[in-house]
Structures are given as structure tokens and as C-alpha cells.
Design a protein around this ligand. Sequence first.
Ligand SMILES: C[S@@+](CC[C@H](N)C(=O)[O-])C[C@H]1O[C@@H](n2cnc3c(N)ncnc32)[C@H](O)[C@@H]1O
Length: 399
Amino acid sequence: MMAGMATGLTDRLLRRIERSGPITFAAFMSDALYDPDEGFYERGPTSAGTDGARATGAGEVGLGGSFVTSPHVSPVFGRLLARQVQDFDAALGRPAPFGLVDVGAGDGTLGEQIAGGIGDDLRARMELVLVERTARHRVLAEARRMPSATRIVAGLNELPAGSIEGCLIANELLDNLPFHLVRSTDGRVVELLVGAGSDGASLVLVDGPVSSDEIGRLAGALPPGQVATIPTGALAFVDAAAAVLRRGYALVVDYAATEDTDEFGGVHGYRGHGVVGDVLAHPGSSDVTAGVDMEVVARHAERAGFRVWGPVTQRDALAVLGFADEVEALRRAQVASLDESRGTEAVRAYSARGAARLLVERGGLGDFAVLCLGKGVGDAPPRCMTPPPEFRAGKGQAT
Ligand SMILES: C[S@@+](CC[C@H](N)C(=O)[O-])C[C@H]1O[C@@H](n2cnc3c(N)ncnc32)[C@H](O)[C@@H]1O
């Protein structure tokens, strides 16, 4: 990775490294994303210049931010997940309260979409909990008109153990949870730490000893020279989910790690809707992320006592939840608007249809992985985990 200009956060990290030596990539990531003053998710959109953008009250995720997630692309995403939540409720025997916990809730867009998509009976029993680490996003979520039984908390560990009967949802959370970086060198695994460059002003990756036996075990046998991410934050999320769920499901959606990672294990960022390769250069100015190894997450979930289904692709999961019906409804709305000479509304429905299609696009959001975990539930797979054969293996017709 390249040398970078020193920012306030860079300076603080350099001083810390000078005092106590190189830090793990997970520690770097934690500061770069969540430092209360300069972390990417706390400081607000950077694409338009930090201070001016701060006043807009926008979040980092969304059209005015650095990148978009599915709920920001189209409300069809939340409406379809609402159907799965209805199924979870039925499978659990319609408990009261039914806890719906959106972890990594961002500005509350997805929670609002799901709450708006469920039926009155469930809405009356539902306790919506938005779990969001950053103060900035919690403020944005609070500004929404959410159902009255909504709580906003900073961490899953704020919920008492075994307190939730219902479901947890985590959309694009796991890839933002701190991970470690390792590489195989001369037949052994070394950890890539963040240290000071020879200019004393930049951050660089340096080889160091593996920081725990667990990381060494998870690194396993890597091909020579390969860099891999070890998703310790994602595994801690699974443990926290197991602790908080008395009975129910956890639905995890994220982009999955691919085999062909680069020399930095696929680590990258986003700034102003563009990809950032050198995430060490300006910490706090871009996202820091990497595809999630869903197999590692699934194996860990099984060890934590979960029943595991999937992963399936987002394209297939949304198809079986009724994506085609939603698009057809938008098409009918467009035709009706045209028939009644409401041209602007017709164009809006047309655009909404195009936006919805991005949710299932190949090479994009449609390729995301969806994993479902169940605790104290029956063996029947949730609907979104059972795409019919014609939807599977990339043949999904979700249009
Ligand atoms: C990429 S955003 C996704 C937001 C939202 N789920 C969506 O789909 O638009 C990830 C969010 O997770 C939050 N986050 C990160 N670590 C967290 C944690 N340990 N607990 C709760 N929220 C966390 C971040 O602050 C950020 O708002």
C-alpha cells in the first residue's frame, strides 16, 4: 500500500505505534471506521468535503454518501425481507413480543422498510431494536418516525442474554466488523500489522507474529504468499447473536469473499462511490472492508449451537420471496399512471423498477450471500433459503 498524507487520525495512530509497536489490522480498522471524532462512519460524508457535508445530516451510506446498500437502492429489499420476517413469526408461533433486531442498522432505513412491510397483527406485537455502533447513525435513525416500540442501542451486548424471541437481521454489517490480516511466508503464517513507514509519517503493513492461537488456527494452511482476512469481528457477532437470542433466527446478508483475492487479501474501501485501494493512506476518509468468508462464519455458527441454512445468493433469496411480484406491481403502477396521463408518476415507477432490478443484478448486489441461522427452531428451512431449482446455480430469473 502507498504512503499517505498525515491526517489527525494518522498522527494519533503513528504516536500509538511509536509508543507500543505495530497494531493489528483489526485495531487499525476499528479506529479508521469508528473513532468517535474521525472514524469514517462518525464523521459523515466525505465526498463533498467533511465539514460542509457534516451539516447536511446525511449518513455515509446512501446516494449522498460513499456507497449504497440494498435498502438504499430500493425499498423492495425491505418489503421482501418483511415477508421472511412474517414467516419467522409464524414458525415461532406468533410470540408476543416478537423481537426484530436490526444489527448495524445505519440510519434506520432497513428497519423502517421492514416495519412498514409487515402486517398489522405482527406490528402490534413487534419490538423493533436498532443496534448501531456510531452516534452519528443513531441520531439519524432517531430522527425517523419509527413504530413506538422501537429502541436504539449502541451494541448487541446491551441486550440481556436470552432476551430476544424473534429474529436478528444484519445487512452489510459483517464486512465492516474488524478483521485480522495474515499471510503465509516460508511455510509459516505471519500476521500483517500496521506500522510506521520509513518516512515516519505514513502507515504501512509490516510482518509480525500471529496475535492469537485462534487466528493461527483460523488461518489454517494458506498457499504460499497468499494474504487472507480472519473475520474475528464477524465471529464475535455470531457469539453475541447466540447469547441474545432465546429462540429464533438470524439473517445475515453480505458480499462474500472470493478465491481470487489480491496481495492485500481483497481489502479495499469506498469513497464518493469509487473504490479505494490504499485504505492506510487517509484513515477515516473511506470505508475499510473485505468480502466475508461465509463458510468460516457458518462453521462457527454451528459450533455456537445454531442450525445453519445457506448461503444462497441475494438474487435467489429475493426471487423466492416474490421479487417478480414486486416488479410487476411497479410495472402496473407505471401503466396505470400513463393511462391517466400522470407522466411524472409513470417515470417514477419506471425508475423504481430499474432500481429494484439492481438488487438482483449479476456481478452486483444479486451475487451477495444470504445465510440464515436458527436457534431453538424446527428443521424446516426458511422460505428464502429454499429457492426452487430453476432459481439456483445462477439460473434465477428474478426480473
Ligand atoms: C455498511 S453499513 C450498513 C447499514 C445498514 N444495515 C444498511 O444495510 O444500509 C454498516 C453499519 O454497521 C454499523 N456497525 C458496525 N459495527 C457495529 C457493531 N458492532 N454493532 C452495531 N453496529 C455496527 C456501522 O456503524 C454502520 O452503520
